[in-house]
Design a binder for this molecule. Structure first.
Ligand code: AMP
Length: 285
């Protein structure tokens, strides 16, 4: 496995792969890799002749009061996971390599980023779409792999790819969870045992919505109240939102639909957690 730190090295590594291999998969991450990230690498390795992973804590998607400086950066462990799962190249840049002096261009996807996470983190999604557009341009992969865990993020990225005719396709992979149901997240390491127990209310509320759905309940208000009942009973959780939304527009729903997304977010202690579940058959556009 080759680790590169600059765009010219990355381009050279990718063109070398291209000369001998037919397809390239790409997994963009911020590191602190866990089994969720590893599953994206596994999907890419299964689908492609070569896989490129990026590990970059993107300052553009953090607000000044957020956890940019304390975000975990376990370089050795991360590189081992990439290697163990069969990545060929890891792009591990410094901030100035991605955002050199004089950098001016950002990518903004209108409307989709204003609700939910965007309401709590107004500058977040412009940071995400900008860095993903840059990484797509650097790597030139056939398919890039994203987790359903960040549901709103994958919606924006797929919209950006369509709107800007980017040649890299997007594949969305299932959420990997701990046995107790908690969605894996790099931020889970911040949680004390008590906070983690409170955070479990998120996945429990989604399970309740899923159980109602399985019984044939389709009324968004009913599904939402099933979630609220669990969330309200958890005093350690400061709820940000719990909603039933359209899977493509992310608009909150009031009438029954054949497929919906249940989205939930909240804070335990100082850590913000998000989770979601798609109810019904979903094929990302
Ligand atoms: P991050 O490092 O948090 O930027 O995440 C990098 C990628 O991993 C994103 O596409 C995430 O959606 C995905 N991801 C994060 N957590 C999980 C998880 N528990 N299951 C599947 N994918 C995940």
């Amino acid at each position: 496995m080759l680790v590169v730190e600059t765009v010219p090295e990355l381009r050279q590594a990718v063109s070398q792969l291209r000369s001998t291999r037919r397809s390239i998969g790409f997994v963009p991450t911020m590191g602190a890799l866990h089994a969720g990230h590893a599953s994206l690498i596994d999907h890419s390795v299964a689908d492609h002749h070569a896989t490129v992973v990026s590990i970059f804590v993107n300052p553009l998607q953090f607000a000044p009061h957020e956890d940019l400086t304390k975000y975990p950066r376990p370089r050795t462990a991360d590189l081992k996971i990439c290697d163990d799962h069969g990545a060929e190249v890891v792009y591990y840049p410094a901030v100035h390599d991605v955002y050199p002096t004089g950098f001016r261009t950002t990518v903004h996807v209108a409307e989709l980023g204003t609700r939910w996470e965007g309401a709590a983190r107004p500058t977040h999604f412009d940071g995400v779409t900008t860095v993903v557009a840059k990484l797509f341009g650097m790597v030139g992969a056939d398919i890039a792999y994203f987790g359903q865990k960040d549901f709103q993020q994958q919606t924006l990225i797929r919209q950006m790819v369509r709107d800007l005719n980017m040649p890299t396709q997007v594949k969305v992979c299932p959420i990997v969870r701990d046995p107790d149901g908690m969605a894996l997240s790099s931020r889970n390491i911040y949680l004390s045992n008590a906070e983690r127990a409170s955070g479990l209310a998120l996945s429990k509320s989604l399970l309740a919505a899923q159980q109602h759905w399985n019984q044939g309940d389709r009324d968004p208000a009913l599904l939402m109240s099933a979630m609220q009942a669990i969330l309200a009973a958890e005093p350690g959780l400061e709820l940000s939102y719990a909603s039933i939304a359209d899977v493509e527009t992310l608009e909150p729903l009031t009438s029954p639909q054949p497929v919906v997304v249940a989205m939930v977010a909240g804070r335990v202690g100082t850590t913000r957690l998000i989770d979601n579940a798609v109810l019904g058959p979903w094929q990302p556009l």
